[in-house]
Design a protein around this ligand. Structure first.
Ligand code: ZN
Length: 829
């Protein structure tokens, strides 16, 4: 919504000085049809300077009524989401009555009609500054209040909120007052929900999803509740403060933009986490981590909330670090840190090397629009890696003691980075502020390189960051395998010397992945990696090595062909699903699709297909390897090329199974059909038949993707119109964008690539930040890695009218594009 104001930090400081919000009553009426819902808010608040004025945040479709202390105000005074209030008393009562619009972009109150059964569902996403699209408030994190929510809903609906609620009469729901919470955390989920109730340690638990997913949720209830219990037990063991809210509901909701949202007692999670199809165990691990991440927020974020958005990292980095740490130590997913190294951390490395990077803890975030752009790989992945480094330095005991003091001091209030650092410094006796200055207040990834027995450290900004890490040596066994010949801890600030034991062939810095840095090996060690990467015994060390290969390709130091040779030589024997999945994704999406010149693409794709087929053969008849087999099957489908392989895929689809398993479920069927559409071996009749057989939302997205992927000008134009000129929901927009651009169809897409940079700005501006992100990222023609595309993107960025979200997406895509162009040049040279 471009017609609303952004809140500046200065305004928030002033409003905090002036106001003390006591209670907020929110009454929503969800019985007004598909477009609008009723919203009445009563706010009781104090004012430190009677007679002064301020403003209220409200973004209604129609504002009916504003009454301040019995005085009716002129609703026409509403401007760009703000309503001015003047002549405040020491104690005030403000009543606001409005009609609000449902959203289809996951911002505010999202409404969704399930194509499987026609049932409607709604849920709020109040995060950052979308709360006023649901109810009027003084919308900033440090004006906490006790919220009492009531909802009128269709009689057959269930309504879930932050606190315990009950249906007091048919369709009328009332919820208990919450403790003091921030406005961006107020949440309501409603619809004909399928619900499962349980209890743990005195806490009522709920799991909810839409009705059409009931069987799939039921199949996983035990696992989800077990993770939830393990999470609570862990947190109750390490935190002195008990879980601060009266119940814990986890609601799986449709078309959700993020992974999940930490609303106190009413967490919302994307309902792709209710698995409709077979998934590798890594996906279950990811879901477990999201559950544990959101639970961490109940303390870090909800009990104690950042004062302003510049400390967003306080929320996300902490929750992210706890998610990996607790998942690895307290659930069955003990290799969570391998997933962090192989996949999640690359998000942070990539982000930290882009022009858009920022400190983990930026000194200033001037307004809410800027804050939204910082919700990225720096705040999550780099921040979590930095915390892991901090724990390695302080020790876990001192770290948790400091965190507990911080909770005690600021419970139900707000805090800043400095508050946390002071607590950690007090419990550890270390110079935590000095550490934070170098790790959290700066930008850029250090490179650690082993040269002549010393670790050479270089950084983009000249900061010498302290690193705690381990260094491992490997020597060759008589059978030709590698074995560890010692591991030593290194404190880089004290001593950078590394002594290689006699006979060691490979020395690896950061082999346990304790620090956040790019690793470069000495020439001899790299030679050993090329011949024997797969023989390195620990999967975490292999993850660090694959990551080093990855960023050498992105840095233009390793030719794409060389990387693909590593993949061909060492991936077929890999046992870690994390590694196979992450390496195949990078090899396909960046290396083959973008960094290999078009003339070499068919051969590169065939090479990758060969790797996937070898993995498929290797996993035949191995029931314990279903995860690996699933990843291999997906790889075979995604790399299929030519008539013979298309015919094979058609046979699988007709038979409903891959020979030797797995049986095709909806995800695999749609993936197969997509590949056939790209190759021109299937079309509208097959898409329509598939959709008729299963009209679920998964199928709607699958069909949108397949239709956009058809190699015909009319299909491309239809997809284009829908994407840039239509009203697609966020999810259908992503599906359409992903179908549209196919490297196989470069010639057909040439004209659209040029058009993209002309139409992006206006379309993204029209549809708001969530859709802008979709259009600027999933919608970006990444495969067209040429100087011409680089220049077109640069010209587009020169447009001063681009919104912040569009600009940020484009800047980041351009960075990746430039890297692909540079990698191509390595081959073409
Ligand atoms: Zn989070």
């Amino acid at each position: 919504m471009s017609d609303t104001s952004v809140l500046t930090r200065a305004e928030a400081v002033e409003r905090h000085r002036l106001l003390d919000v006591h209670t907020v009553h929110v009454d929503l009426d969800l019985t007004h049809g598909q477009e609008l819902f009723g919203s009445t808010t009563v706010i009781r608040f104090g004012c430190a300077a009677p007679g002064a004025g301020t403003f209220l945040d409200v973004k209604p479709a129609a504002l009916h009524w504003v009454v301040l202390n019995g005085r009716e105000l002129d609703v026409a005074a509403l401007r760009a989401g703000r309503f001015p209030l003047t002549g405040l008393a020491a104690d005030n009562e403000l009543t606001v009555e409005a009609d609000m619009a449902y959203s289809h972009t996951g911002e505010g109150m999202h409404r969704f009609t399930d194509p499987a059964d026609g049932e409607d569902y709604v849920y709020t996403q109040s995060f950052l500054d979308d709360g006023p699209r649901v109810f009027a408030s003084f919308d900033q994190p440090d004006l906490k209040a006790r919220y009492t929510v009531s909802v009128t809903a269709p009689q057959q609906w269930t309504v879930v909120g932050n606190s315990l609620g009950r249906q007091v009469s048919p369709g009328r729901w009332e919820f208990a007052p919450t403790p003091a919470i921030s406005s961006y955390l107020v949440s309501v989920v409603a619809g004909p929900l399928h619900s499962v109730h349980a209890e743990h340690d005195g806490i009522p638990l709920g799991l909810h999803c839409r009705r059409s997913l009931a069987a799939h949720l039921d199949a996983d209830v035990d696992e989800l509740l077990e993770i939830t219990r393990q999470g609570f037990d862990h947190y109750h063991r390490v935190f002195r403060h008990r879980y601060p809210f009266d119940s814990y509901d986890q609601c799986f909701v449709p078309e959700f933009n993020a992974g999940a949202m930490e609303n106190p007692g009413c967490v919302t999670l994307r309902d792709e986490f209710v698995f409709r199809s077979a998934v590798p165990d890594t996906k279950r691990e990811e879901r477990a981590m999201v559950v544990i991440h959101e639970m961490a927020h109940m303390w870090f974020g909800d009990l104690v909330t950042m004062k302003w958005w510049d400390d967003l990292w306080l929320n996300e980095s902490f929750a992210e670090y706890m998610a990996y740490s607790v998942t690895a130590s307290s659930t069955r997913f003990t290799s969570a840190w391998t997933g962090f190294a192989a996949d999640r951390k690359t998000w942070g490395y990539d982000a930290d090397q882009r022009p858009s990077t920022h400190p983990v803890a930026p000194g200033t975030v001037d307004d809410t629009a800027q804050a939204l752009q910082n919700f990225d790989g720096i705040s999550y992945a780099k921040g979590a890696a930095a915390l892991r480094q901090l724990v390695a330095w302080l020790g876990e005991e001192a770290f948790l003691a400091g965190v507990n003091d911080y909770f005690d001091e600021h419970a139900f209030g707000n805090a800043t980075l400095d508050d946390l650092l002071r607590a950690l410094a007090a419990t550890s006796g270390r110079d935590v502020h000095g550490w934070a200055d170098r790790w959290l207040r700066t930008t850029g990834v250090d490179t650690l390189r082993l040269t002549d027995g010393r670790i050479e450290q270089t950084s983009a900004d000249g900061t010498l960051r302290p690193h705690r890490l381990t260094v491992a040596h490997y020597r060759r066994t008589a059978e030709g395998a590698l074995e560890q010949a010692g591991r030593v801890p290194v404190d880089l600030a004290a001593d950078a010397t590394v002594t290689r034991p006699a006979g060691a062939e490979l020395t690896l810095l950061n082999d346990t992945d304790l620090t956040f840095a790019k690793i470069r090996l000495d020439p001899g060690s790299w030679q050993a990696v090329r011949s024997s990467l797969g023989a390195v015994p620990e999967e975490l060390a292999r993850a660090v090595l694959w990551s080093a290969g990855r960023d050498q390709v992105r840095d233009g130091e390793l030719a794409p062909g060389e990387y693909l040779r590593l993949v061909a030589d060492h991936l077929p024997g890999e046992t870690s699903v994390h590694l196979v999945d992450a390496v195949l994704a990078f090899a396909r999406e960046f290396v083959v699709d973008c960094a290999v010149p078009p003339s070499g693409r068919p051969e590169a794709l065939a090479g990758l297909a060969q790797v996937c087929r070898t993995l498929l053969r290797r996993t035949e008849g191995e029931p314990g390897r279903t995860g690996l087999r699933l990843v291999a099957v997906r790889g075979v489908i995604a790399t299929a090329d030519g008539e013979e392989q298309a015919a094979e895929l058609r046979d699988w689809l007709a038979a409903g199974t891959v020979p030797g398993g797995p049986v095709l479920d909806p995800d695999l069927r749609w993936q197969l059909l997509l590949r056939l559409c790209v190759l021109g071996a299937a079309g509208e009749p097959e898409i329509a038949a598939e959709l008729a057989a299963d009209p679920s939302s998964t199928s709607q997205e699958g069909a949108a993707r397949c239709r956009a992927a058809l190699p015909a000008p009319a299909a491309k134009e239809t997809a284009w119109q829908a994407l840039f000129h239509g009203e697609l929901s966020n999810y259908l927009a992503i599906a359409t964008a992903r179908g549209l651009w196919q490297p196989e169809q470069a010639e057909l897409l040439e004209e659209l690539t040029a058009r993209y940079f002309k139409e992006l700005g206006p379309a993204a501006g029209r549809r708001g930040p969530a859709l802008a992100r979709v259009l600027a990222t999933a919608g970006f023609p990444a495969f067209a890695a040429t100087e011409q595309t680089v220049r077109a993107a640069e010209a587009c960025l020169a447009d001063p009218d681009l919104t912040a979200a569009t600009r940020r997406g484009l800047v980041d895509q351009l960075d990746t594009l430039r890297r692909a162009v540079r990698a191509r040049a390595l081959t073409e040279r």
